[in-house]
Design a protein around this ligand. Structure first.
Ligand code: SF4
Ligand code: MG
Length: 328
């Protein structure tokens, strides 16, 4: 039930209350050990804010974050030490997330040292191990980020995340800045790490084809809420929320012979400053009824391990949708 609220832009004139933005609006999400869960949604849906809040990088205004069953955040303060020791983030921009003045080896050794996993001074053999783990030549340890390609930088970013042996890694749009072929390599690396070390990963992305390839489960966010969540194949083959169905229908076509059963979604997401009443998706929903406009926002219901926040019953969407294009 995590809530993240930001003060609204600009303080109003005296006497007027400054409206706050509910960036994350009562989100509940369970990530099982060894599982990769994708969080998808348009920009402004709150997916990055949720990821940052889970790592204590954004103060949460309500709800709890539990890690291995222990509360690391109770809605007022986070146990930042516990979070930093057991979680790690992989960022979008691989080059800018590395210190340009440190060699790759120094960057990794620093993380190992800060987390008490390395002796002071001397070369840490774990640096070479980490580089090998992400498929990089250990000889790259002496290079600085400027001497690496974007894909190599992102592998170093992943190695740095793994250095703390985290219970949970959160990757926020971590392949969005990479060339398509390099994207494929990084996705393969994650798949491999899942297999080899049981990596637990929250993968925030807007590229649904990548998410389908990598993730065991998918959560779809809209205006700060999870509107659908379930096993990847179940969500992609038979989406239960019209927003999810529209997102899937918007995956670029590869085979022009496959008909799109769903009208593409129109309009822009509403401003989180001024969310619509009723179901937050109703202004863009082709299934909207009167009760969607006036009633409370539908709560997430679950059946067969697949949740959806819509008044429609599963199966009433024109499903199944077509296969997405295959990823690089
Ligand atoms: Fe559309 Fe109504 Fe479902 Fe919201 S509750 S997604 S408006 S059908
Ligand atoms: Mg984002």
């Amino acid at each position: 039930d995590v809530v993240v609220r930001f003060p609204g832009p600009g303080a109003g004139p005296l006497g007027l209350r400054r409206r706050s933005v509910q960036a994350v609006n009562g989100v509940s999400l369970q990530v099982r050990r060894g599982e990769t869960i994708g969080i998808v949604g348009e920009s402004g849906s709150g997916k990055s804010t949720l990821g940052r809040a889970l790592l204590g990088l954004e103060p949460i205004s309500g709800g709890h974050v539990l890690l291995d069953g222990l509360a690391v955040s109770d809605g007022r303060r986070a146990d930042l030490k516990a979070l930093r020791r057991r979680t790690a983030m992989v960022f979008q921009d691989p080059a800018n997330s590395l210190n340009p003045r440190l060699t790759v080896g120094e960057t990794l050794a620093e993380v190992l040292r800060v987390h008490g996993k390395a002796p002071r001074g001397g070369t840490d053999p774990r640096v070479a191990e980490l580089l090998a783990m992400v498929g990089l030549d250990p000889a790259l340890a002496s290079r600085r980020p400027a001497a690496l390609s974007g894909g190599q930088c992102q592998r170093v970013g992943i190695a740095r995340a793994l250095a703390v042996e985290p219970s949970l890694v959160i990757a926020d749009e971590c392949v969005a800045a990479l060339d398509v072929s390099i994207q494929g390599q990084v996705i393969n690396l994650f798949l491999d790490l899942k297999e080899r070390i049981g990596l637990t990963l929250i993968f925030i992305a807007h590229d649904l084809a990548v998410v389908r390839r990598l993730c065991d489960r998918v959560a779809v966010m809209y205006l700060g809420r999870i509107v659908e969540e379930g096993p990847t194949e179940s969500v992609f083959r038979a989406p239960r929320h019209p927003y999810t169905a529209a997102l899937i229908a918007s995956i670029p076509e590869i085979d022009p012979n496959i008909a799109l059963p769903l009208a593409p979604m129109g309009g822009e997401p509403p401003s989180p400053l001024d969310p619509p009443p009723g179901c937050p998706f109703h202004p863009r929903c082709t299934y909207a009824e009167d009760r969607c406009r006036t009633g409370p926002a539908p709560a997430l219901r679950r059946a067969d391990d697949h949740g959806w926040a819509c008044i429609l019953e599963p199966g009433t969407l024109p499903a199944p949708v077509r296969e997405p294009p295959t990823s690089p």
